[in-house]
Design a protein around this ligand. Sequence first.
Ligand code: 5GP
Ligand code: MG
Length: 177
Amino acid sequence: MTDNISITPLFTEEIIADRTQQLANEIAHTYPKDLLVVALLRGSFMFAADLLRALHRAGAHPQVDFMTASSYGTGKESSGQLTIYRDLTENVHGRNVLIVDDILETGRTLSYAHAEILNRGANMLHICVLLEKPGKCITGIKADFVGFEVPDQFVVGYGLDHANYWRELPFIGVLPQ
Ligand code: 5GP
Ligand code: MG
């Protein structure tokens, strides 16, 4: 599956780490004391782990929870159907929530998660994504914190997959066609 394919870094480990700390500093500045980070699995696991440590360095004391929701299946195109495979453990009612995801493309995944968490009574609700593909959003959802803009190509690494491969890469690169 991954044999004989090499991925050229688009964003190196160092670039990602620097940007993650900048985002964490902004987030720590935006939120009052209470902060629940909701990481959308699986793609955001590596970014969320690094963002949490960066938030600690920025003086914040967030809680964390996870939700697995996908509109993609195993392909490269969004299916338009969204399924929750694993729900939150925490009650978000009255909480200040930051949704963290890997990449904002059509916005289907995030608009669904955003509406769901708002519907459950979250107080303050923001979205942080590591990557955004400009011009691709069809849902009107906007991220409040964005790490990097990426070209309209399929990227993998640093948690982002193709058919659940490549998540382990410490950097982000474009998957060759
Ligand atoms: P959306 O719902 O915004 O169309 O898509 C968001 C989800 O699609 C992301 O959380 C990610 O799982 C997947 N996705 C969208 N674009 C890419 C991409 O370029 N690479 C990878 N690996 N996943 C993507
Ligand atoms: Mg995802």
